[in-house]
Design a protein around this ligand. Structure first.
Ligand SMILES: C[S@@+](CC[C@H](N)C(=O)[O-])C[C@H]1O[C@@H](n2cnc3c(N)ncnc32)[C@H](O)[C@@H]1O
Length: 278
């Protein structure tokens, strides 16, 4: 598999529509799944270390801004390799004092001077699944942290996708995601791989939480998120997801909701890991 392919769904962000759809996905992911993640981070003492946080692969910075508001005494440094996502951050997000973004590909570049040495914690949220060599990134994080510094990783893991009662549209979304991941080289089981990779890099893995976020916590908008994901996969992989298939999935969810109203259960599958440099 060549490197470009193995950068997964985020290899190219050439069209405005694609960037806008990513913006929409990142916003929904932040709104729906962010609050429960923050509760977990708080319970793991995220704000107690006192230093800055390096937010690697921060995308358009929407999630980073959300975190910076939740942890006003922590200084965040976002780094992102796609300049057009950063441009959006600079244009659309309200400036806040404790969050800044820098253009940097951690695979190929050193950390910017304004960032190196400014942090004692690192966060990687929904990034490693898109990386050609996740271990290389983790090793770089290890080397850039001081002793006692910590890494927090939030990743998806497909084994925890579920919808009950059975929903054909949901099964179709999961099937499409599987095919796109296999075609593009995006890792579907990154959540389970992370603790193993961290241990191999020399970290002491201290906490692992399987966090399937259900519609009972995040609301029925979980279905909107699934539909927006299929829209995105249509834009990146038209040969796998036609416009007709997107429309049929939307109709399928409409019919399901007509039948089951709010008597259904679905999960978005996350695994959160925290480790310390010893
Ligand atoms: C799915 S987005 C997640 C964005 C953000 N962390 C969030 O949770 O909303 C993954 C981001 O990681 C970035 N990324 C992947 N590899 C990177 C690298 N080597 N250096 C910097 N950014 C990277 C991608 O460009 C993309 O914007």
């Amino acid at each position: 598999m060549n490197i470009e392919k193995h950068s997964g769904m985020m290899t190219e962000l050439h069209s405005d529509t694609l960037v806008q759809t990513w913006d929409s996905i990142l916003a929904i992911q932040t709104d729906l799944f962010g609050p429960e993640e923050v509760n977990l981070l708080k319970s793991w003492g995220f704000e107690e270390n006192g230093g800055g946080v390096l937010d690697i692969g921060c995308g358009n910075g929407a999630y980073g801004h959300f975190l910076a508001k939740e942890f006003p005494y922590v200084k965040f440094y976002g780094i992102e390799k796609h300049p057009n996502l950063i441009r959006n951050a600079q244009e659309k997000l309200i400036k806040i004092n404790n969050y800044s973004i820098f253009n940097c590909d951690l695979n190929t570049h050193l950390l910017p001077d304004d960032v190196a040495g400014q942090f004692n914690q690192c966060l990687l949220r929904l990034v490693l699944q898109h990386c050609p060599d996740p271990f290389k990134i983790i090793k770089k994080v290890y080397d850039s942290l001081p002793k006692g510094g910590r890494i927090f990783v939030i990743e998806e893991d497909d084994d925890f996708f579920k919808m009950y009662p059975d929903c054909k549209a949901f099964n179709d979304v999961v099937r499409i995601w599987k095919t796109v991941c296999e075609t593009e080289g995006t890792e579907r089981y990154m959540g389970a791989k992370v603790p193993i990779l961290l241990k191999r890099a020399g970290f002491n893995v201290k906490k692992v939480k399987v966090l399937p976020q259900s519609n009972f916590e995040v609301g029925p908008q979980l279905i909107d998120y699934l539909i927006e994901s299929v829209n995105l996969m249509h834009l990146t992989n038209k040969e796998i997801v036609s416009l007709e298939r997107v429309a049929s999935i939307k109709q399928g969810f409409d019919r399901y909701l007509e039948k089951h109203e709010d008597h259904w259960f679905a999960t978005y599958p996350e695994i959160v890991t925290m480790a310390e440099k010893i």
